[in-house]
Structures are given as C-alpha cells and as structure tokens.
Ligand binder design. Structure first.
Ligand SMILES: Nc1nc2c(c(=O)[nH]1)N[C@H]1C(S)=C(S)[C@@H](COP(=O)(O)OP(=O)(O)OC[C@H]3O[C@@H](n4cnc5c(=O)[nH]c(N)nc54)[C@H](O)[C@@H]3O)O[C@H]1N2
Ligand SMILES: Nc1nc2c(c(=O)[nH]1)N[C@H]1C(S)=C(S)[C@@H](COP(=O)(O)OP(=O)(O)OC[C@H]3O[C@@H](n4cnc5c(=O)[nH]c(N)nc54)[C@H](O)[C@@H]3O)O[C@H]1N2
Ligand code: SF4
Ligand SMILES: [Mo]
Length: 754
C-alpha cells in the first residue's frame, strides 16, 4: 500500500490527458463556476463588460485584446475564473480572525486560505499577538509611517509589487518609495520575465516584445517556446488559429505535449462546437529541459549554411554578426543531441521551417526564462531573428508572452530596482527632489536582506511573496524576522501568516469593483504584453464598505510617512486619478499626453525597433551576441524537476484541484514522470514519494508526499506544480545576469514516502 496523500489530495484521480484545449466544456465550467461564486446578477454584470471598450480589463494574464471589433464574450475560461474568484460573495472579517489564530491558519493550504473569501477590514497583528485584530485606516497608515520614519536608512525598507497593480497605483508607489529614499522596488518580474528584459535590453535596446496582435495574425511561422498557452494565455489560441487559417505554420518547443499546443476547439465558433477544432502545432519538438540554447545554436548554425541571411539588414542595422557566425561553426552534433534530447534530423526539419518562412514571430514564456542560461537562450532567439531580419516588419518579431495582466505596465511606470537614469532625471525635474541613484534589491536580494537583518520593513502591493518566491522555508523565516510587513491584498494568503512581528493586512478593491475614491467614479489604466495601454473601469459593488483602492491606500501611507516633505500632493492624486495620469504623461518616457490619449481610447507605447528598425543600444544598432554553450547534467539517479502551473490556478491562487488537460482531478500533489524513469528507479505509477532537492550548499530541501503519475515527458525530466514545490528551489539557484530563480531546473531525487 502506498503511503497516504495529505487530506486535500485524498480523492486524487488520474485519467488520460486531453488532446485539445477549450471547447464547450470550457464554456460550461466558466459559467457554472461564475454563478456559484458570484451569483447570477454579478456574473452578468462582470462578464458582459470583460475586455470590452470602456469595460473591465481582464486581470488574469497579459494577453492583448483585439483592436477593432470585439465579440460579445471576449474572454476565456481562465479569465472568467479570475473574475469569479475576485467577485466571490464570501468574506473574511474581524470575526473570522478572532476565531482563527495565526498559527491555526498557517496549517491550512493556500487553496483553503483564499477560498475563505474577500478581505474586508484593515487588520493588524501587534507584536507578540496570536491573532489579527481590526485597526482603523488612519491608525494603520500612522503605524506604517512611524516604522518607516524610525529606520536607520530608507534602504532598510522594501516595496514589492505584484503585476496586477494599475499604472496609477504603480506610479504613485514608486514615487513614494523614491521620495522616501530607496530603489528597493522588487516585483514579480524578478521571478518571471526578468531574463527577457535583460536579454532584449542588451540586444535590441528595449526590454519589451516587438510585435502587435496583428503581426501574429500575419505571420507565416510562429514559434512557441516554453509556454503552455491553453492554460496560461488561452486567447493566444485564437490568434494562432487566425494565423493558421491564413496559412501560417506553428513550431512548438516543449518537453510536454500540452493540449493547447496540439489542437484548439474554439468555443466562439460553430465549427468549434461541432468538430474537434483546429490542429495547432505543425511540429512539436519534445525538448529536454534546458535544451533550448543548444537547439537555437544548432538552428542558427544550419540557417547560416542555407543562405537565408537578410544581408542588407545585417549590414545596415546590426553589429557582431561575424563573431556570432564564427562561434556557431563550433556547433557539434553530438553535444546538441545530448543537450536537447532531439535527433539532428528533427532539428534540421525545424531549421527548414524557419528557412522557408518569410515572416516569423518568436513567442516564449517561463519554460525559457526560469533557467540558469535563460538570458543566453533569449539572446539566441534574437540572433536567429536578426539573421533573418525578423524584426520591425509586419508579421515578424519577438513576442515574450507576459504573465500578470499589468506586469509590463508596472515596469513602464518605474517599478524597478534598477531604474534608468533618464527616468530618475525626469522624476526629479517634475517633483523637485533628488531620487536615490543606487540600485535596490530584487526579489532574491530582498529575502537575503531580511534573512541577514539588513531590511526591516516590507510593503507588498498585492501578490504572495512568501509562496511565490523560491526556497519557501528560507523566505518564510526571513519575512517572519521583519519588524513590520504590510500586505495590500484582496484575499488571505501565506504571506499574511509568515509575516513580520507587527503585520498589517490592508484590504483593497479588485479591478472588477466600482472605485468611488474621492466621491467620483475612477478609472485605472494598464498595459498589455504588446504595449497597448488603455483604461479599465470596474462596475460591481465592492466586497465591503471599508475597502479602499490601491491608489488611495498608497497615498494614505505616503502622506502619513512623508507629510509635506517634497510638497507632493498625495490627497489630490487619490481624489482624482486624472492628476496621476497628468504626471505620468510628464515623467514616463513614451507617455507624453497620457491623460488625453487614454481619454481617446488608449494608445500603443512607442517601440523603436518595431516602429522604425532603430535600436537604442549603446552601439545604436541591434547586437548579435555570443553565448558559450554549457550543457547542464545531473548525477545518476537524479532527475530535473520543472515547477509549473495547473489549469486551475493563477500563480499561488489555487482555484480548484483539477488540471483537466493533463488528466488530473481533485488533487495537486503529483509528479509527472516518464515510464523509462519509473522503470529505471524502481517505482510504479501511483507510488507516493518525497522529493528532495540537491544543491551545492548541501542543505536538504524537501517536499513530501507526491503521487507519481506516468506521463509523456522526456526521460530524466519530471514536472510538478508550483507553489507546493517552491521549498525545493534553492535561493541561490538563479539565472545568470537576470537573477530569476531557476524554477524550471531543480535537481531532485525521489524517496519512497514512509
Ligand atoms: N490561468 C493562468 N494563467 C496565467 C498564470 C496562471 O498561473 N494561471 N500565470 C501568469 C503568469 S504570472 C505567467 S508568467 C504566465 C506563465 O505562463 P507559462 O510560461 O505558460 O507557465 P508555466 O506553467 O510555468 O509553463 C511553462 C511551460 O514551459 C515548458 N517548459 C519547461 N521547461 C522547459 C524547457 O526547458 N524548455 C522548453 N522549451 N519548455 C519548457 C513547460 O512544459 C510548460 O509548458 O502565465 C500567466 N497566466
Ligand atoms: N516554483 C515556481 N515559482 C514561481 C513561478 C514558477 O513558475 N515556479 N512563477 C513565478 C512567476 S512567473 C510569478 S509572476 C510569481 C507570482 O508572484 P505574485 O505576483 O507575488 O503572486 P500571486 O500568486 O499572483 O499573488 C496572489 C495574491 O495577490 C493578491 N491579489 C489578487 N488580486 C489583487 C489585486 O487586485 N490587488 C491587490 N493588491 N492584491 C491582489 C491576493 O491576495 C492573492 O492572494 O511567482 C513566481 N514563482
Ligand atoms: S487570455 Fe488572459 S487576458 Fe484574455 S480573457 Fe483569458 S485570462 Fe483574460
Ligand atoms: Mo509571471
């Protein structure tokens, strides 16, 4: 008899994985879930305006909305889930916190915690107390101000942001942090697309993708690397379908045969309702974990022999071509085959797809960015794109697919621990204070600063830092050591429990809720993954009368901390966000006339490589780069674990316990493993194991009780869900240059659970 699974997973069932994504089942599930959580009235109100002009921007992923015509239902199953989760009728208020001690709550799963409902009251845990108790807003703001003003240096405070915050909230937040005196502004990007920003800044001079939705529709080859769009960016499948209808081909690169890469049954189409939908990937390369740098060096090597170079573009607009071409002469078949687990013939076939394409879009996400060599891999995508001149022309370009709905906008607004000098200069000129110039802490440095006692106050604008970060035990202990933690949140999560000695929970409005701060109906603005900026306005009744908007809360904290220092009109900002937008227009590069452009329906941020093939790098040209190929291996008997998302979660928010595309029901503690590894290691499907990660520091990191699920994954490569597996990711295991935790490469061994 295998050891039992934890209670929440007691009913775990495993069936066959799906061979296509979406379909009628997706529509049925979104509607039943929505009505169950929100009731009929709120469901109609929220979903009718979702992603419509003058409606609510979906707060789930950062996939863009179509520019012109919109369908009546311009959202996907997972967008509907996010909306119903936020719109849930249950609430957690003072009675709940009086009933449950913090220690009790800490024993619950993340799923249970969020499921209790929306936070409705500002709450405080006073130093030494066992429970949270209510506090007034004014007292809460004063408490934050006292703590911040008592620090020896502003750099002892850290201001974290999760990518759901609006542009207005982000702008006010970074302004406050810098007026207070620090660049300690880490964000979820540090764990997400930081590697992308780092690679693109160096090579094309802009850290963002270079395509619009229209480019995707017009492409004749779309490469999808390290991404599971059927779950994480479901409406991307619509774009892929449109491109395919016009003859595009799709090359997918993934260790797993994700349903959303195989086939899409579009629920908006009659054809979708009747048939099995559209076949998507023309070729799926089942790559070994971390094989992508080797693959793209091999593809570059093959393309160089095919005479497909855009000589004119290379001559006029790039540097470094010769050195790159010379480096790729060293490509060695055996090394490539070992690194990728692919045959040379498969790689040649992929290179042929690129060679015959006229308009190529390269898309990627976490399967690429969360690796040690992530920056090098993305630079290699750029090399190949530059070789073929696939940037700054219709139907072609680079398309990092962002995660959180406004993670890109938050960066644009200055949420960054490494702000560019020009941004700080403009901030100084507008507000008349000298912002700090030294770089601040990123997410990993933040944990170290608290662990080592160098930081004392942690403020979080959304998110769930403790569960999202690597090395959960280390991160949790570090945060418990803080003098004060402040969580601006919609729902209860782990970060409220592994919190500072004094801890505040400040409940905030969600994006679907009507924001009447200052007595007027307020709008906020966001930027999607393709740099389109537009407004969003919630309509439903707030979860409770005490909730305040993020902008309002941040201005309250700023006023209580800085008072009249620097003469920044915090109350005016909170009273009318138009005042914030005016400042954004004057400070943020590329946002001139921001307020007016938003009123006119929004705009797309300038992007010189996309718009005019100009590259704002130090060289003034796009840069080919040379990356040495390092093939990562693991000792015998060990496996490489990638930590990924199920279909029923949004990051650390667990909506439910199913992952229907992968055949999993009613549980999350599973490890997907190949039949070959099962046989070699002496296990069988259904066995329950503990996972132990191995890292050079010799510390034992473990996550216990997972059911092995035989799955179609390459030998040596296993997969399990995050955040349950974050205790296994060593804090120091980071991507080179970008510092992102290597969530897709964790060396583990299995032990039979006792
Ligand atoms: N519903 C839903 N939507 C979301 C989110 C969510 O949690 N739920 N999260 C949002 C956020 S913040 C983000 S960043 C995105 C994440 O979107 P994704 O990047 O799609 O998310 P993951 O689940 O991490 O999936 C990583 C994919 O990369 C593959 N992969 C792993 N290792 C490798 C490798 O070495 N090489 C290659 N080629 N592939 C590899 C995995 O098999 C998997 O298919 O989604 C956003 N949208
Ligand atoms: N092992 C592993 N770790 C990972 C990843 C991985 O693939 N593997 N992925 C990484 C990635 S890509 C990311 S982006 C991070 C995500 O890290 P975070 O962004 O920090 O985490 P989320 O789970 O998105 O945050 C969820 C919480 O946000 C709060 N919230 C929800 N809506 C709102 C709102 O409108 N306003 C406010 N103020 N709060 C709100 C709720 O309280 C909720 O509990 O995790 C990273 N961690
Ligand atoms: S694709 Fe992303 S942004 Fe669009 S509706 Fe679905 S979850 Fe929301
Ligand atoms: Mo992300």
């Amino acid at each position: 008899m295998p050891a039992p699974l934890p209670d929440e997973d007691a009913e775990l069932r495993v069936g066959p994985p799906a061979d296509h994504a979406a379909g009628l089942e997706a529509v049925r599930l979104s509607l039943t879930n929505a009505v169950r959580r929100m009731g009929v009235r709120k469901t109609v109100r929220n979903l009718r305006t979702l992603n419509q002009h003058d409606g609510v921007d979906c707060m789930s992923c950062a996939w863009p909305d179509p520019q012109g015509h919109r369908h009546a239902a311009e959202f996907c199953e997972n967008g509907a889930k996010a909306v119903s989760w936020e719109g849930q009728r249950d609430t957690v208020g003072p009675e709940f916190f009086a009933r449950h001690s913090i220690a009790d709550l800490a024993r619950q799963t993340g799923h249970w915690l969020e499921k209790q409902g929306r936070l409705t009251h500002p709450m405080v845990r006073r130093d030494g107390a066992t429970h949270y108790e209510p506090i007034t807003w004014d007292e809460a703001f004063a408490l934050v101000g006292q703590h911040l003003n008592a620090l020896g240096s502003p750099d002892e405070a850290v201001f974290y942001t999760s990518g759901r915050a609006s542009n207005e909230a982000a702008f006010v937040y970074q302004l406050f942090a810098r007026a207070y005196g620090t660049n300690n502004l880490p964000d979820c990007s540090n764990m997400c697309h930081e590697s992308t920003g780092t690679a693109l800044m160096r090579t094309i001079g802009v850290g963002k993708g270079s395509v619009t939705l229209e480019d995707l529709h017009q492409a004749d080859l779309i490469v999808v690397s390290g991404q599971n769009p059927g779950t994480n960016h479901p409406r991307m499948l619509t774009a892929l379908e449109i491109a395919k209808r016009d003859g595009a081909r799709i090359l997918a690169i993934n260790p797993l045969p994700e349903a959303g890469l195989l086939r899409f049954d579009n629920p908006q189409k009659v054809r979708g309702l009747a048939g099995r939908g559209t076949a998507l990937a023309d070729r799926l390369l089942r790559i070994r974990s971390n094989g992508d740098l080797a693959l793209w060096q091999a593809i570059g090597h093959l393309l160089l022999r095919k005479n497909v170079a855009d000589r004119e573009f290379i001559e006029s607009s790039t540097v470094g071509f010769e050195a790159w071409a010379k480096h790729l002469e060293t490509v060695d078949r055996a090394t490539i085959e070992k690194a990728t687990g692919l045959t040379w013939a498969e790689i040649e076939a992929a290179a042929d797809m690129l060679a015959s394409a006229k308009r190529v879009v390269h898309c990627w996400a976490m399967g690429i960015t969360q690796h040690r060599n992530a920056v090098a891999t993305i630079k290699e995508f750029v090399n190949v794109a530059l070789l073929q001149g696939m940037i700054g022309k219709p139907g072609a370009g680079l398309c990092p697919v962002r995660g959180h709905s406004n993670v890109q906008g938050d960066r644009t607004m200055g949420i960054w621990e490494k702000p560019p000098a020009v941004f700080l200069d403009r901030l100084r000129d507008e507000f008349g204070f000298e912002p700090p110039r030294t770089y601040g802490h990123d997410a990993v440095d933040t944990v170290k600063a608290f662990r080592d006692g160098h930081a004392k106050v942690f403020v979080a604008l959304g998110g769930n830092f403790v569960a999202a970060m690597s090395d959960t035990e280390v991160t949790a202990a570090a945060m418990r050591g803080a003098a004060l933690t402040v969580q601006i949140s919609t729902k209860l999560n782990r970060s409220h429990l592994d919190a500072g000695r004094t801890a505040l929970i400040l409940p905030t409005l969600g994006r679907t809720e009507q924001d009447r701060t200052g007595g007027r109906v307020q709008r906020i603005t966001v930027e999607d993954s393709m740099s389109a900026v537009h407004a969003s306005r919630g309509r439903s009744d707030p979860a409770g009368p005490l909730l305040r908007s993020e902008v309002d809360i941040l201005c309250g904290i700023a006023q209580a901390t800085l008072g009249d220092r620097h003469g920044i009109p915090w109350a005016d900002f909170a009273g009318d966000y138009e005042r914030v937008r005016e400042r954004i227009g004057r400070v943020v590069p590329g946002c001139d006339g921001y307020a007016e452009k938003i009123s006119d329906g929004g705009f797309t941020m300038p992007h010189p490589p996309r718009d005019s093939r100009t590259f704002p790098t130090p060289e003034g040209r796009a840069v080919f780069t040379v990356s040495p190929l390092e093939v990562l291996t693991v000792p015998p008997g060990r496996l490489v674990l990638q930590t990924l998302r199920s279909h029923d979660q949004f990051n650390t928010t667990i909506y439910g316990l199913d992952d229907r595309y992968r055949g999993i029901r009613s549980g999350r503690r599973v490890v997907f493993i190949s039949a070959a590894d099962l046989a070699e290691l002496g296990y069988a499907d259904g066995d329950v194991v503990d996972l132990i990660s191995e890292w050079e520091d010799g510390v034992t990191r473990r996550a216990d009780r997972f059911r092995l699920v035989e799955y179609d994954t390459p030998k040596g490569c296993v997969a399990a869900y995050y955040p349950e597996t974050n205790p296994l990711v060593p804090l120091d295991s980071q991507a080179e240059e970008s510092g992102t935790p290597t969530s897709k490469w964790v060396v583990v061994r299995l032990e039979r659970a006792g």
